[in-house]
Design a binder for this molecule. Sequence first.
Ligand SMILES: [Zn+2]
Ligand SMILES: [Zn+2]
Length: 351
Amino acid sequence: MVALLEPLQAPVDPIDALRRIAFLLERTRAGTYRVEAFRKAVGTLRRLDDDEVRERAEAGTLQEIDGIGKSTSGVVAEAVAGELPSYLASLQEKSGGPLVEGGEGMYAALRGDCHLHSDWSDGGSPIDEMVLTGVELGHDWMVLTDHSPSLRVANGLSGERLRTQLKIVDGVNRSLGGQFTLLKGIEVDILDDGSLDQTDDMLGRLDLVTASVHSKLRMNRAPMTTRMVAAVSNPRVNVLGHCTGRLVTGSRGTRPESEFDARAVFEACAEHDTAVEINSRPERCDPPDGLVSLALEIGCLFSIDSDAHAPGQLDMKAYGCERAERLGVPADRVVTTWDVDRLRAWASPST
Ligand SMILES: [Zn+2]
Ligand SMILES: [Zn+2]
């Protein structure tokens, strides 16, 4: 993958300018509200024809269009006038550099991502925008992993909605003509007893399953261990998402690690070929260093994932790469460095 996107220079297409601003805001964790205006303006602009945009920019009437506000109209007007929008220029200066020092080698080796969300569940952007950004970042493949039904706060997908989504993923892949592969997936909730929050039939239609605990995070150690061992031993499960559930920073506050016998869980992961996710979100930073080292010693595979809820957050894998490299995880043990054929063969339950 490319380490950094090249800064945009004038002249720049207004839509490209707005998309890049949103990307830079998202990768540096700007508030959703601030980013939303730019994402919304992209959608609005795509529905207008270029002549109208130009005429309105010159006449100063862009803001009369629903979905275009003060700052977004300024960006569009400057772009239409052939200038590099000043907001974009300052953002490229301020937020365009590397997110973290270290992990560059691992980042360059990455080919894909096994954990990301679209606006079908609690992500902020449509599937095609996530894909387009993945392509621009140099990914070869990504697995779309929206939430499962019981996570209602995150608009988890019912079986019926998931079925519909799978048809859309087929359409996306047809339009990409093999240049990039969007794989079918889910972030399935691990229920209290270790069973999975989607029917076996639906899970069987997916290319890859990431399974995570989102409820009863404070369960006692023994039942939590049983719950997690059951999930990672399930032949449908390929990746164990953010295993401790901790939050270390961010707007949602902090949350302690769930208690479980990590050795037992990681031994089950190793035995059943389930990868341990290194969740790259700075607010999660999960598993903690000690557990990454334990999983490494036990012989587990890893998946360095973004858990992106917005396109720019796909780039947050830089944080996970820094951690993995510093902790001595070899790139070949990281499934997100594999090509799509190897990934598919590994994730298929028959192998
Ligand atoms: Zn999750
Ligand atoms: Zn997630």
